[in-house]
Ligand binder design. Structure first.
Ligand code: GDP
Ligand code: MN
Length: 368
């Protein structure tokens, strides 16, 4: 479960990590009640990254400006998420930006600390273009994160003197946040030097869903997009991604391998919907309407392995409302012949081989 910045900062502050003073507002008028010295920074509280670039973070020098800008950001759509709350903080006077995070290295089966003097920007980009600017150290699960490791990393980032001590303390405290909160990721980006002091400007915390029961008082954040909420209301399990191939399959395992196949052939899934076992013609029709409602979909891939689900039921839905975008269909299993016949009569071709169909879906999306 992802936490909002303000929630992650509340926890971080409780662990002794310095953060700016701030308050959360949900309406522009509430700015008047904010008791902070100006200038302030208004920060959209959404569970996606890159808010700054998307226009969700704005500096305001006066209360009037803050109210105007708050009205602009509230209600804004950032990567499919509506902004309902703003964190208003006292603006920091940033000199330099660093990156610091603890996360799980599944291959090494332990925590890893990642730090960089190239902070503030997308760390994946730094890792790709200038990997030498990233410091990575594993954390021993029994010894935990040692103060000497914190100082060693701090020196690698060229901190010295009082700032080295501050960095080591923050790093140590962040390791405690990560371990004690059962986090998959505890990230500060940027960790900034502002007026000579280290300060967490942004905070990101993802709690392991399997461990939320161990933490009383954790917020329950709904991470669903509008379409995901609509699908959930109709009892369908639908997940949104950011590619251009819409995917419908039956069964979680089949759907997961379908995503892998699309990626294998160089495509990018736009979303996926699992119609589950025993999907009716109506379920399938509904599924198609939902995945195709997502903007940016250039091809549809339907991958059905009929068991309790009958291929003829599926085919009837496809034949009744052929999509506006090109489509690749893989249909096999129960009542396959009937299903194939229905599609054929509607002028739609279906594959038996999932890989051939996946490759075709990727090709169609590329050509569209
Ligand atoms: P993100 O874009 O979602 O990662 O949001 P951040 O909280 O990391 O803010 C993005 C960028 O806005 C930071 O890297 C800073 O450069 C800038 N920023 C955020 N807060 C402040 C602030 O208090 N003072 C200054 N000068 N810049 C800020
Ligand atoms: Mn950030």
């Amino acid at each position: 479960m992802k936490l909002h910045e303000y929630q992650a900062k509340e926890i971080s502050a409780a662990y002794g990590i310095p953060v700016q003073k701030g308050t959360v507002v949900d309406r522009p008028e509430k700015i008047d009640e904010v008791a902070l010295p100006y200038p302030v920074v208004l920060k959209a509280q959404v569970l996606v990254g890159g808010r700054g670039k998307a226009g969700g973070i704005k500096l305001a020098a006066t209360p009037d400006e803050a109210r105007t800008k708050a009205a602009q950001i509230l209600g804004m759509d950032i990567k499919g998420e509506k902004v309902r709350r703003l964190l208003v903080v006292e603006a920091a006077n940033i000199a330099t930006e660093y990156y610091l995070a603890f996360t799980i290295d599944r291959a090494a089966r332990r925590l890893v600390v990642i730090a960089s003097a190239a902070g503030g920007i997308d760390i994946e980009e730094v890792a790709r273009t200038t990997p030498e600017k990233i410091v990575k150290r594993h954390v021993d699960p029994f010894m935990r994160f040692h103060p000497y490791q914190a100082r060693e990393i701090g020196r690698a980032l060229a901190f010295e003197g009082r700032q080295l001590v501050e960095f080591a303390t923050i790093a140590h405290n962040l390791s405690r946040v990560c371990i004690e909160m059962d986090a998959e990721l505890a990230e500060i980006n940027p960790l900034a030097v502002a007026d000579g002091k280290l300060l967490a400007i942004d905070a990101k915390l993802i709690i392991d869903d399997n461990a939320t029961y161990r933490h009383d008082g954790l917020p329950r954040n709904e991470e669903l997009t509008e379409l995901e909420t609509a699908a959930k209301a109709e009892g369908l399990s639908y997940v949104e991604l950011d590619g251009d191939v819409a995917i419908i399959g039956n069964g979680a395992g089949l759907v997961m391998s379908t995503l892998d196949m699309i990626a294998h052939f160089g495509g990018r899934p736009a979303n996926f919907l699992d119609v589950g076992g025993g999907a009716t013609t109506e379920n399938m029709a509904q599924a198609m309407r939902i995945v195709l409602r997502k903007p940016g979909v250039r091809a549809l891939f339907i991958n059905i392995f009929g068991g309790i689900t009958r291929c003829d039921d599926i085919a009837r839905a496809i034949a009744a409302q052929p999509p506006a975008v090109p489509m690749a269909v893989r249909l096999t299993g129960t009542n396959e012949d009937e299903g194939r016949k229905i599609l054929q009569d509607a002028g739609i071709r279906a594959d038996v081989d999932p890989e051939a169909a996946a490759e075709e879906a990727v090709r169609l999306a590329g050509a569209a």
